[in-house]
Every structure is written in structure tokens, then in C-alpha cells.
Design a binder for this molecule. Sequence first.
Ligand code: ADP
Ligand code: GLC
Length: 494
Amino acid sequence: MPHNYCPSPLEICMLFVTSEMHPFIKTGGLADVSSALPAALQRMGVEVKVLLPAYRQVKTKLPHARPICTLPDMRGEEKVVIRETFIEETGVTVLLVDYPAYYDRPGGPYQDEHGQDWHDNLMRFALLSKCAALLAGHASPLDWHPSLVHCNDWQTGLTPAYLHFWEHRHIKSVMTIHNLAYQGIFPSWGVTDVGLPESAYGLHGVEYYGNFSLLKAGLNYADHITTVSPTYAQEIQTDELGFGMQGLLQHRQLQLTGIVNGIDVRDWCPANDHNIPAPFSLHNLPDKALNKAALQRRMGLEVRDEVLLIGAISRLAHQKGLDVLLQVLPRLLEQPVQLALLGSGEQALEQGYRHLAAQYPGKVAAHIGFDESLSHLIEAGADVFAMPSRFEPCGLNQMYSMRYGTPPIVNATGGLADTVVDAQPDTIANGLATGFVFAPLNEDTLHSALLRALSLRQDKTSWEQLQRNGMNRDFSWDKSAAQYVRLYQDLLRT
Ligand code: ADP
Ligand code: GLC
């Protein structure tokens, strides 16, 4: 190969390793990204195979995945079956790590039905990472050899470490941080259990304050680190949002890039969404009101168009700041306002919202659970969407909202700061404003942002302009996928 050779996208083969992928298994945005980014890369000519555990739900949805090889399990016994299936709609091939003892169980990918972490998560995700390293490595049983491995979050963090310790030839890897708050922390004795040498346990290895961190393994041994927005790439280098990794991330800042997520514009298309009763676009925006009425009926809210209907769809976790919204609501509900919330997670928050809904029947509705179809109806039917996150690596719902003519109300952090433009007279007039941005997060700032929305909605012309601005923005993956391709090219340049 000539010196300084840069491969074209058509020459790049990539193994994309992830613990979630829509529509097969999803707890959050990682699933959406793991389906839409590989599809976008594939459209650009990159050949992508996605490696995913064969959880029970995944096996049910992909019953025809055929076995293509076996790999050793964590004890070295040749008992892991790798299955392959081709997804027609996206052109992406999915490889499943079929190992029933780890993945074929009821409950979620990380936790049982009672919200407890699976006791064997270390081994479950070490196996996923190990399979990725073996499929990319010199002894792969496949005749498909990826030029690089793209890992996502702590569940895949051991892959770069395995490649580092097991391979003589350097196999390039990228580690994407979707959320630094989740680090895959396990007791230090796990290091040798997962097949790493003792020498890996150190400040410049996988050691993290006396424990073993799978994410740190990825951050140390990957060739490049990305995260899901430019602002978050800066924030994670600070004491405030670095979750103890800020030193390492500062040290690697030249190999750290923030690339904002896109969204799947086919899945989230108000003009062609089978989950909503009245599809709409810029050409028939008033039809959005039909979805509002449908949402109000479905959630048991009073069917009234003049109230400001606030939507929220979220994991109920501290990160999302919905405890602050809960505090603000009694004050806000003195105004003509309603809330439609869909979410699940921390018990105190679930209870808090259930309680509020009982106190304000017809004004507050809380659906506790996970419901894909209702999430589309909320995006379509709500007037505004609340995302008061304490931190948000990227966030997808604010983009879904803008696409559905539902201006988001967001704290200026991470990807929210990078994707939403605050409504001010000048930004509305020049076509830039898409929502309401406030900072810092507290009850007063959130309250006044909500009041600002309530008041601007009285001005029909400005409101419609705000909606149109968001609907006109291009949130497709094309631009961001092109940035990933350039990054892969730089890494593979000889
Ligand atoms: P995070 O990944 O931190 O949860 P994102 O905004 O990136 O946040 O993505 C969350 C994704 O999960 C969105 O697609 C959102 O619609 C979806 N989601 C979250 N909670 C629920 C729920 N209870 N029901 C349906 N979809 C949900
Ligand atoms: C994480 C983040 C979220 C991001 C998603 C996909 O779960 O919390 O902000 O959008 O990953 O990258």
C-alpha cells in the first residue's frame, strides 16, 4: 500500500459492537443510534456488521438468524454460536452472540424484572467484547475481516483491551461514549476472570479508584474516542461532568471528538407515521391539533386545544431532571397547562408522577412503562416537549420534537445546547429559533422557560414560525455519518 494511502468508504469494513439495537432491544438512545448510524454508514458505502447479544427478545424478533461459526465462551469452551441475519430495510448485517446461559432470560438487557442489575453482567459483557475482538482478530473463523471495530459504551469497553493484549497486528478501534455516568464498575479481581493480564490493572489500564472499569478499558486502549455531541466532549473533561474520568479524557483530548447524533428520519417522520392518527407536515400543520386531541383522549386528559400540552418521554433517572419538573408543576398548573408523561425508572419519580396525576385528573397524565407507539403520539400531539436534563450527552427526543413541530424546552447542556436554538425575537425572525433554552437548571429557570412558551403560544404567527423552523432543520444522519467516515479514514490512513 502506498505511503499516506487513504481508503475510500467502499474499502472500509466495520464491526459495530453494541448492547442495544432498535427495533430488537431498546432501553434508550443507544438503541436508536445503533440502528440508524450503521444504516447511514452502509448507505455511504462502508460495509457494516453489527454485533449484538442474542437476548430473548432479539431471538424472538430475529428467529431466522443462521449460525455461521462458534467461538469460545469465558471458560474457553467452544459454546458460543454466532448467528447472522441481513436486515433488508437498512442493508446492514446483524451478528448475534448466541449464548443462552447469559442472554436468554426474561427481563431487560442489564437488569432483571425487579430492576436489579444481573449478577453476572461482568461476564455477560466481557463475552460480548471478547467475541468482537475474536471476530476482528487474526484467528477469526470468518473470512470477513473488519478494518476497524467501533465500540459503544461500557458494555463493549473490553474489546479494545482484548485487541491490545491479544493481537500482534494492531487492529484499530473507536470507543464512543454515549453516557459517561455509566461506567461498568466491577471488583478488581474481575480483571483476571475476564482473561486480562494482571498488568492491565493499573492507573494506565483498567483500574478505577480501586475497582475495575470496563469503560476505562475502552477509553485507554481504543485508538480514538468519540462522544455524541461537541459540547459534551468538552464537558466530560471537567470535574463537574467528568465522573472521575476527566484526567484521562484531558490526556486524550487530541483523540477525542464530539459528533452529534442524527435521527432516523424514516422512523420519525410526522408525514408518514403509522403510530399517529393524523400524519402532518409543513403543508398541513393545523392537522397536528388532531393528534393533540387523540393524545388527550388516550391519556385521559381534558380534550382542549387552548391549553399548553407539555410532553415528556424519558428514563426516570436523576440525569433527566424530571424531579425539578415535578416540583415546578403545582405552580405551573395554575395556568392553562397539561402534562403527558411517559417514562419508567426510579421508583420515587414514578410514584411522584403517579401521585401528581391523581391530584390533577384531566390535567396531568403519567403513563409509567415503555411504549414505543405512545412515544410517537406524544411527540406529535404535545405542544412543547420538556427536557430539563442535568446533563445530556446528546439526547434524541429534542430532535424528534423539533421534527414534529413540538418546540423543546431544554437546559443548555451537552447535545441539547448543540441542537436547540432559543426563541428570542431576533432568532425567531431570522428563522433560527427552534425551542426554549435555559440555564442553569433550577425550579425558577425551568418555570420561567415554561411560562415563556405559554406566552409565545398566544402569538400564533411567531409560534408557527418556531414550529416551522424546527421542522425545516435537517437532523438526518448524513452529515454526522460523513464525520464518522472521515474519522475512520484518518485512523486507517497508512
Ligand atoms: P437516553 O438514551 O439517555 O435515554 P435519548 O434522548 O438519547 O436519552 O434517547 C431516549 C430514547 O428512548 C428515545 O428514543 C425515547 O423516545 C425513548 N424512550 C425513553 N423512555 C421511553 C419510554 N418510557 N417509552 C418509549 N420510549 C422511550
Ligand atoms: C445516552 C445519552 C443520550 C444520547 C444517547 C445516544 O443514553 O444519555 O443523551 O442521546 O446515549 O447517544
